[in-house]
Ligand binder design. Structure first.
Ligand SMILES: CC(C)(COP(=O)(O)OP(=O)(O)OC[C@H]1O[C@@H](n2cnc3c(N)ncnc32)[C@H](O)[C@@H]1OP(=O)(O)O)[C@@H](O)C(=O)NCCC(=O)NCCS
Length: 164
């Protein structure tokens, strides 16, 4: 590849797209005994993962292609702060794997617990609705390299198991 072509390939760092949000859980988010619905948490996971993918992809429509199975390790209650931290691990061509770490904070006790980790695959679409290539990922250290490799392995597994 010529030096000019190499310079034209758009690349972005993990830090350019990462995002965090904190939301206080309300009675409308939960069952009558105060446990927050898993589906409510997944809605916020999907929203934040979409934001990260949009930041990375720039001018493209972003859709969720799949979400890996996940376990809710601890309950989240009304009045807890739900804290989500999302970052991009892996980029293929039009698809991106975004990891979302989920924590619940008991605001009375100032205690945070890890309640789960979600892996969301999002795909960038052009104006005709066709998958379109997104920027490559700049891997700046060993940890980002490791996350990328693990993301690639998970992507290979999910594509192998994909139901059409
Ligand atoms: C996601 C979607 C665009 C894939 O379309 P497709 O016809 O399978 O397109 P392709 O086979 O060319 O795949 C495009 C990319 O998506 C990836 N992909 C497709 N299905 C996937 C899955 N289940 N899990 C992970 N990645 C997937 C492919 O690997 C490919 O990635 P790459 O470009 O990085 O190599 C299409 O299935 C779709 O529009 N689904 C609905 C999305 C949506 O509306 N989500 C919101 C909830 S309804």
């Amino acid at each position: 590849m010529s030096e000019e072509n190499a310079q034209n390939i758009i690349k972005k760092t993990v830090q350019e797209s990462e995002a965090e949000t904190t939301i206080v859980m309300l009675p409308s988010d939960a069952n009558p005994l105060g446990n927050v619905f898993g589906g409510m948490i997944l809605k916020y996971v999907d929203l934040l993962a979409g934001l990260v993918a949009k930041r990375h992809a720039g001018h493209a429509n972003i859709v969720t292609a799949s979400m890996d199975s996940m376990t809710f390790l601890k309950p989240v209650y009304i009045g807890n702060a739900l804290i989500l931290k999302a970052r991009i691990n892996y980029v293929r061509k039009s698809s991106m794997e975004v990891e979302v770490k989920i924590e619940a904070e008991d605001l009375n006790k100032s205690q945070k617990v890890h309640t789960g980790t979600a892996y969301v695959t999002l795909v960038a679409l052009d104006e005709k609705g066709k998958p379109t290539e997104v920027p490559k990922l700049v891997l700046r250290n060993d940890e980002e390299q490791r996350r990328f490799q693990e993301g690639e392995e998970r992507m290979n597994t999910r594509l192998k198991n994909r139901k059409r």
